[in-house]
Each structure stands twice: as structure tokens, then as C-alpha cells.
Design a protein. Structure first.
Length: 119
């Protein structure tokens, strides 16, 4: 019975989110790992803030996937996303990360980056 229940949950989550559910489940599974390696803001550095316009986010799970993708990118110290507005914000060390690196991290998760701009 447990296997049947699990299969149902997987199907339900896939139906609820256009194709990114399995990736979200994988991301959620190692959420503690992400928390442990949370980046620290160094006040001696100058960071770049960007506003990223994204197509394809449909729920809070998508927001989490995008935020984790951004925070998992080397040089990113803060990130947030809104599926309702179709945007994400990120703060990064321009000596380490770049607009293209952020774009690539998001598009690897199956979302389309429309633009990366200074807000
Ligand atoms: Cu979603």
C-alpha cells in the first residue's frame, strides 16, 4: 500500500506543476544541505543586485527551485523569487558570478530567463 500511495503522490505533484515537480522533489530532499552552506554577506565587498524576468514559474515550488538554483550558484549571496510577478532578485559578487551564470542556473531547471537587469 505504501508504494501505491507514493506513486499517487508523485503523479499528483507532477500534474500540479508543469514538469518541474520531480526536480523540486529532488531539491527539497537536500534542503538541509543548502541551509548549511548558506552564503554569508561580506560587508567589505560590493555586490551587484539584479532583477531577473522569468517565464514558466507556476507555484511556490517553482519559486523555491529558482531560489535554490540561484543560491547554489557560486558568488550569489542572496536570492528571492515570485511566481506571481514572474521575477527573481539576486545579489551576487560580480568578481565570482555573472548575469550569464545566473541565467544558466535558472534555465538548467527548466525555466526561461527573459532578461537580467539592474532594477
Ligand atoms: Cu511550480
Amino acid at each position: 500500500m505504501k508504494k501505491i500511495f507514493y506513486a499517487f503522490m508523485v503523479l499528483a505533484s507532477i500534474a500540479g506543476c508543469s514538469g518541474n515537480a520531480s526536480q523540486e522533489a529532488a531539491q527539497n530532499a537536500d534542503s538541509t544541505e543548502v541551509a548549511e552552506s548558506a552564503p554569508v554577506i561580506d560587508t567589505t565587498k560590493t555586490y551587484t543586485d539584479v532583477l531577473i524576468k522569468i517565464e514558466g514559474m507556476t507555484c511556490t515550488g517553482c519559486e523555491n527551485t529558482v531560489v535554490k538554483a540561484l543560491k547554489g550558484t557560486e558568488g550569489v549571496v542572496d536570492a528571492a523569487a515570485s511566481y506571481i510577478d514572474g521575477v527573481a532578485k539576486a545579489k551576487f559578487d560580480p568578481a565570482v558570478a555573472s548575469n550569464d551564470a545566473l541565467k544558466k542556473a535558472i534555465e538548467t531547471k527548466g525555466y526561461k530567463v527573459v532578461s537580467v537587469e539592474i532594477p
